[in-house]
Design a protein around this ligand. Sequence first.
Ligand code: NFS
Length: 661
Amino acid sequence: MDKVVKTANKEAAQVLEWAESRNLETCFTRAERLKPCPIGETGACCKVCHMGPCRLVGKNTEEEARGVCGATLPVVAARNLVRMIAAGTACHGDHGRDMAFTLLAVANGDTKDFQIKDVKKLYRVAGYLNIEFEGRPVNDVAKDVAIKLLEDFGRQRGVVNFIKRAPKKTQERWEKWGILPRGIDREIAESLDRTTMGMDADPDSLLTHGLRTALSNGWGGSMISTEITDILFGTPMPIKAEASLGIFKDEEVNLVIHGHEPSLAETIVDVVSEPELVAYAMTKGAKGINLGGMCCTANEVMMRHGIPTAGGFTNQELGIMTGLIDAMVVDVQCIMPALTEISKKFHTKVLTTSEKVRLPGAQHVQFDEHRAKEIAREIVKIAINNFPNRKKEGSHITEKFPVIAGFSQEYIEYMQGGKWRASFRPLNDAIMAGRVRGVVGMAGCDNPRFPATGVHKFLATELIKNDVLVVSTGCSSASCATAGFLTPEMAIENAGPGLREVCEAIGIPPILHLGSCVDNTRILTIATAMAAEGGLSDEIGGMPAVGIAPEFITEKAISIGCYFAASGVPVIFGGESPVGASSEVTRIMTEVWFERFKGALHFEPDPEKILEMAIDYIDKAREALKLKKYEPGRFGTERVLMDMAARREIERAAKPHLGIY
Ligand code: NFS
C-alpha cells in the first residue's frame, strides 16, 4: 500500500507523513509490516485445546478438514465467531454494569458529584421496566431502575428486561428460535462453555447461541449503557462542535479524554472551566484549558457538550504526534498499548484510570465515582503541570471541520412533530413515498488496513446521493465528522433530491450522528418506533434498512453486527470474513439467518459491492412492502413534512416546558 492511501483523512495523512519522515512507528506502519495470518484471518485455526493449535487447511471439503479431536472446519469457524461475540458482549456488558452502579450510587446518595440530569428519561425508562414513578422521590425511582437493570447481568432464568421493548413479531421470532437472552453474564459464560473442546459441535447450534449472546448485548448491556447515560448526563439534542486533529491549541493546555465510559469524562467536562483551574493553567504560561475527545468518549461528550473530537481509533497515536497533547486520559476499550511508547518521544502524559486497563509506562490515577470531581481535578492539574514541558517537536494541524451531533431517538421524534406531536410519521411517509429510499446505520471502527476512514467516506457520500438517510455511530461518526460530512450543507451539496428536500425541511444533516458504539441501540429503538408508527414493516425485519460496518476491527463490532442480524437487519461488514474459510458458516449467517430473522451478516471487502448490496437489500425490502418504486426525483404523495415554522406554531400554542419529549 503506498503512502497516500494509508488514511483517507487529509489531516491524519499529513501527520503520518511527518511521522514517517522521522521513522516514528504507528498502527499504519505496523499494519504494513504484519500481514494477517491467512489461517486465523478466515477462522480456520482452532486453539481451544492443547492438542493443537490445529490449522484446518489443505483438504478438499470442509468436513474433511478436521482437528485432532475431529472438529470440522465449520465447527471451528463457528466457535471462533461465537467467542468473538462473547468478548464483544462482555465489553459492552461491563460498560453497562458500571453505568448501572453509578446510577445506584447516585440514587443512594453515595456520590455528590453526579446528579440525575434527565428526570423525564428516568421516568420513560422506569415505564419500560414497569416501575411506578408518579409521585415518588426521584432517587427512589432511580434506585429501582438501577437494581432492576443490574438484575439483567446475573439473571439465570427469564428474559433481559428491554427485550420487551422490541416489536412483538420480532420477539416471537426470538422465542421460536430459542434466542431470547436470559442474563447477560449467563449468555457470555455459556458461549465460552459451548465453545471449549468437546462441547457443541453443530455449527448452526453454536451460531444460534452466538445470536442469543449478541441479543444480550443489543437489548441488554449496550442499551442499559445508553439509557443510564442519558438519565445521568442528559438525552442528546443537536449541538455544534468541531472535528479534526487540528482541534488542539498552541497556547492552551490540551487534555484529551479517550475511551468509552462517560462518567469520568463528564466530570472532567464539569470541572475543566473552574476559575481556580483556569487560573492555575495561566500560572504555567497557558492561556486556558482545551478539552478534546477521542474515539467513543469523544462521541459521548460531543453529543452532550459540544466538546470537539480529534477523531477515531487510528487517530490516537497521531494525536500525540501533534506534540500538543499535554495529557491523554484513557479508561477502557480501544486504547492502543502503543500509546505509552509513542508518548515517550513527545511530552504527553498518558493516564490510565481503570483497574481493567493498565499500560506499562502510564501514570495510573484510579477513578472512583464516589470522589469523581476530586480525581477529575487531579487529572486536569497533571495536564497543566505538563504544559511547560511541551517541546517544539510535533506536526501541527490547523484545519478543522464543523459538526452537528446529538441525534437521539427522542430528538428525532421531536424534530418530526414538536413536543406534542412527536412521532415517526413524517419519516415513514417520506420512505413510503420514495423521497427517502431507505436508511443505513453506519457503524464501527476505522481500520489501518484500509485507507482508514476512506470506506466510511465513500459509502456515506454514495448512500446519501442515492437518497438513503445515514445514521452513524462510533468511529464511523468520527470518520464522517473529520471529513466535514456532518453538516446540513452536506445535504445541499451531496444528497439526492428527495433526501435533500427532507433534510432542508427539517434542517438536519443527511448523516445523523447518533453517538457512540453502545448507542447503536438507539437504532434498534428507532426501528421499533418506525414499526409501531405503521405503513412500513410491523417488525424490525423487512424494513428498507441495512447496517454497515465498513472497516470493522473489534469483537464488539462483531457482537453488534450479530444483534442487528438477529433483530432483523441485514448487515454488511467490510474486509475479509473472519469465518471465510467455511462456506457452511457463511451460508448460515446469510441465508439461514435471513430466513429465520430477516437479518444477515455478510463480509465484503469491495466497497463498491457493499454499496450495491445495501441498495439491493433496501430496494427488495421496498418491493416486499409494496412501497412506491424508488425513482430519483419522482415522489409519490405523502403528508407534508412538519417544517420548523409549523413546529414553532404548535409549540407556541402549547406553552412548552422543559425538555424535548
Ligand atoms: Ni466501537 Fe468505540 Fe471505534 Fe471500533 Fe473502538 S472506539 S466502541 S470498537 S474502534 S468504533
